[in-house]
Design a protein around this ligand. Structure first.
Ligand code: CA
Length: 451
């Protein structure tokens, strides 16, 4: 796993850590969605299905990967027609006809602007509260409720068939594409063909390109409607072509798995995907909780799973004045902003949402938007909005300073993964701070002081 990819994820997750294991679970969503979401130009652009207007900078990529130098990109682009032609045998073995292949690839040119996005490295990152402010706003709540009412029958049927909460499905629709209004403007065949032949992720995208051809071959989605993000995610809930292959269903019974233009197909396909990831029917995603005074913060983190009853025994209670409805459910404690922010007990379904996109901030936004769509209230506890989010450079520095003091953080990578979090806690504990593992500017300042 190149270190470059998770940085992008992490950048979006803000202060919340995305581990490499999580990244592996993401199977089909590379840096795509997360990058797109936090490039303001990309999220604010009105999708134009032309796919035109994107320009490559002509610069070498920031990853330093030899396949990403400007010269390597130019050479691969010159070789593009041969590369595509070389994919015919693999396409044929997947049942794609020569006619489909030629229609899809005849005269196709690579979209080199994607290379800039493949190696985009944000300098600044978002905090969990900024992230939630953007994704769970009044407009998104109102529109989601309208769609839930308009497609009540489809949502109810999908909920019955797959056991996945309709509000979660609507929230994924809302967050992934702003209810289908911001799903990208690039033809999926061209994007995946480009990435299959140019740049540092060719092996992965060869499979996506072939899967996209299969979608066209089967007539599930017409090629002109197969429009998506630069990495090839398309439709209201941003399926990658290979995700489509695995999970798309024809729920309205018209013979096509059209997740782009059929709401029943899109909703049911997303439900089918979550069900295969292990969604537990009848359980929620988690609860906002309040911790007692003198709480042992070393109990936080995914490694410590306990039943809600056991958490209750430690003095943890719901932020709203209600009991846990099913106290035997197992959960872990998440403190997205450290001890100064809200606390959450996360159930198994929270991890299922993270398989859809491997970010705790993402999963929290989905869970919270779902609750708001259902009629729930905003979180009770405030976020530490005065807290400054560390830059990527500062994260590197923090890791180097921890390593210099003898804490094991692995290789400094600008990511604050589980090992770094443990190291921060140990440093906090050793210096009389609350050991919440939160990479605050206070911790960085303390680390910068001479030992
Ligand atoms: Ca259909």
């Amino acid at each position: 796993m190149p270190m470059f990819m998770p940085i992008l994820r992490h950048a979006v997750a803000g202060l919340i850590v995305v581990s490499l294991a999580d990244a592996a679970l993401a199977q089909n969503k590379p840096d795509d969605w997360l990058t797109r979401l936090f490039q303001p130009s990309a999220t604010e652009a009105v999708p134009a299905p032309s796919g035109g207007g994107h320009q490559w900078s002509g610069q070498s990529g920031a990853s330093g990967n030899p396949l990403m130098t400007a010269n390597a990109i130019r050479a691969a682009a010159a070789d593009f027609p041969d590369c595509i032609a070389g994919l015919w045998p693999a396409a044929e073995s997947r049942g794609i006809t020569r006619a489909t292949f030629e229609r899809a690839t005849g005269g196709l040119t690579p979209d080199l602007s994607i290379m800039d996005l493949l190696d985009a490295q944000p300098e600044f990152t978002k905090s969990p509260w900024d992230y939630l402010d953007i994704l769970v706003d009044d407009a998104r709540i109102a529109r989601g409720r309208e769609l839930l009412a308009q497609y009540a029958k489809a949502f109810a049927a999908a909920e019955r068939a797959y056991g996945v909460d309709r509000y979660i499905l609507a929230a994924i629709w809302g967050v992934e594409s702003k209810y289908g209004t911001k799903g990208g403007d690039r033809p999926v065949i061209r994007s995946t063909a480009t990435l299959a032949c140019v740049g540092r992720r060719r092996d992965f995208f060869r499979g996506e390109f072939l899967a996209a051809l299969e979608i066209v071959q089967r007539g599930d989605v017409p090629p002109e409607r197969l429009i998506g993000s630069w990495a090839g995610a398309f439709g209201p809930t941003q399926f990658m072509p290979s995700t489509f292959e695995r999970y798309a269903v024809d729920f309205d019974g018209d013979g096509h798995r059209d997740i782009v233009d059929s709401v029943p197909d899109a909703v049911a396909s997303t439900a089918n995907n979550l069900k295969s990831y292990g969604w537990v029917r009848g359980e929620g995603w988690g609860y906002e909780v309040v911790l007692p005074q003198h709480f042992d913060y070393l109990l936080a983190g995914r490694a410590k799973q306990m039943t809600l009853r056991q958490w209750q025994g430690l003095g943890v209670r719901r932020a709203v004045d209600k009991p846990f409805p099913r106290p035997a459910e197992r959960a872990y404690l998440l403190l997205p902003a450290g001890a100064r922010g809200p606390a959450f007990l996360m159930l198994r379904n929270f991890s299922v949402i993270m398989k859809y996109n491997p970010s705790e901030a993402y999963a929290l936004a989905i869970g919270h938007l779902a609750d708001r769509l259902r009629g729930g209230a905003p979180f009770v506890q405030p976020w530490p909005r005065d807290e400054r989010v560390l830059t990527v450079a500062e994260r590197y520095e923090m890791q180097q300073l921890l390593a210099r003091r003898g804490f094991d953080i692995g290789e400094p990578d600008g990511l604050l993964g589980p090992r770094t979090r443990v190291a921060i806690r140990r440093f906090q504990a050793a210096t009389g701070q609350i050991p919440d593992g939160f990479a605050s500017s206070v911790v960085l300042d303390r680390l910068r002081r001479p030992q």
